[in-house]
Design a protein around this ligand. Structure first.
Ligand code: HEC
Length: 279
C-alpha cells in the first residue's frame, strides 16, 4: 500500500468512476429533495422544519397557537365573556363551521376577532403604533385564522416502518460512504483531510441511523439524528468532490507526489517525475 493513487488509473477507469461518482451525487441530491417533500407537510404546516422530523418519528401534539395565547391571558384587554366564547369555539371541533356562528355567546368569533384583535394583528394595523411582532401574525382572513386556530396532532411513523427504512437504507448508504471514502483516501489529498472527513462521514451515518432507531424513545435522539445527518451529508459531498478532483485535476502525472513510492513505469501514460529525475 502507500503508493497507489486513484488518479493514476487509466482513462477508462477514470471515466467509469466519474459516472459512478455522478450517480452517487445525484442520488444524494434526490434523497435530500425527497426528504424535503416527504417531510414538508408532515407537521400540517408547509415548509420543512424540525417539527416535521419530530412529528415523523415521535408524533406531534402542538396546541393551537390561538388557544394557547388566549389561555395565557393574551390580550390583556379582552373581556372575560369574549375570551370564553373564543376558547369554547377553538375547543369545539367545529372551528371552520362556527367561526361566523353568533350563537356561541356574546358575539361570533369573527366579530370578537375583528373588534379585539385586528387593531394589532392586521395588515392594516398602524405600523407606527403597533408592535412589529404583533403584525407578524395577521388574523384578517379566514385563511389567516385557520393557520393558527387548529391544534396539530400527528401520529408517529409506526416502529416497524422505521425498521424497514433502516433495513433498506443503512447497508446501501454505508456502501456508498465506503466507496467515496476509499476513492478520496487513495488520492493526492492529505490523509489528515480525508481521514477527518471519513470519520465525520462514517460516524455521521452511524449517528443518523442510531437517531432514527431511538427517535421514538427520547427527544434528544432527534437532535442526534439531525446533527449526524448534516455531518454525514456534508462530509459525503466533500469526499465526492475530492475524489472527483483526484480523477481529473491535472498534476497527478507530473507531481511525483502522485506517482511516488514504489511505482515504476508510466503514470497516466507519462513518465513520473521521480523516474524522470533519475539518471
Ligand atoms: C394591543 C395589541 C394586541 C391585541 C389587541 C392583540 N394582540 Fe395578539 N399579540 C400582540 C403582540 C405584540 C404579540 C407578540 C407578543 C410577543 O412576541 O411576545 C401578540 C401575539 C399573539 C399571538 C402569538 C403569536 C405567535 O407567533 O405565537 C397570538 C396567537 C395572538 N397574539 C392572538 C391574539 C388574539 C386572538 C387577539 C384578539 C383576541 C389578540 N392577539 C389581540 C398584540 C396584540
Amino acid at each position: 500500500m502507500g503508493s497507489f493513487r486513484v488518479g493514476q488509473l487509466g482513462f477508462g477507469h477514470r471515466l467509469g468512476l466519474t459516472g459512478v461518482l455522478g450517480c452517487l451525487a445525484v442520488g444524494q441530491l434526490a434523497g435530500l429533495s425527497h426528504m424535503r417533500t416527504h417531510f414538508d407537510k408532515r407537521d400540517d404546516r408547509p415548509g420543512f422544519t424540525v417539527d416535521d422530523v419530530k412529528s415523523a418519528y415521535r408524533g406531534l401534539d402542538a396546541p393551537s397557537p390561538l388557544l394557547a395565547s388566549l389561555n395565557a391571558g393574551h390580550p390583556d384587554g379582552l373581556k372575560p365573556d369574549e375570551r370564553k366564547v373564543l376558547i369554547a369555539w377553538l375547543t369545539s371541533g367545529k372551528i371552520e363551521q362556527d367561526y361566523d356562528n353568533p350563537d356561541l355567546g356574546v358575539a361570533s368569533p369573527r366579530e370578537i376577532v375583528a373588534a379585539s384583535c385586528l387593531q394589532c394583528h392586521s395588515v392594516r394595523a398602524d405600523a407606527s403604533k403597533v408592535d412589529a411582532n404583533a403584525r407578524k401574525l395577521t388574523l384578517d382572513t379566514t385563511a389567516d385564522i385557520k393557520k393558527v386556530a387548529f391544534s396539530r396532532q400527528v401520529l408517529p411513523t409506526p416502529a416497524d416502518k422505521i425498521v424497514v427504512s433502516i433495513h433498506a437504507h443503512a447497508p446501501s448508504m454505508a456502501l456508498m460512504a465506503l466507496a467515496v471514502m476509499a476513492l478520496a483516501t487513495f488520492s493526492r489529498w492529505s490523509r489528515m483531510i480525508t481521514g477527518g472527513l471519513s470519520a465525520l462521514c462514517g460516524l455521521g451515518l452511524a449517528g443518523e441511523f442510531a437517531g432514527m432507531w431511538f427517535a421514538t424513545s427520547g427527544g434528544a435522539w432527534i437532535n442526534v439524528l439531525l446533527a449526524s445527518g448534516a455531518a454525514f451529508h456534508l462530509s459525503f459531498a466533500l469526499l465526492t468532490l475530492l475524489a472527483f478532483a483526484e480523477l481529473w485535476l491535472p498534476g497527478c502525472a507530473n507531481s511525483g507526489a502522485c506517482c511516488g513510492g514504489g511505482t515504476k513505469g508510466k503514470c497516466n501514460g507519462q513518465p513520473s517525475s521521480s523516474e524522470a529525475k533519475q539518471p
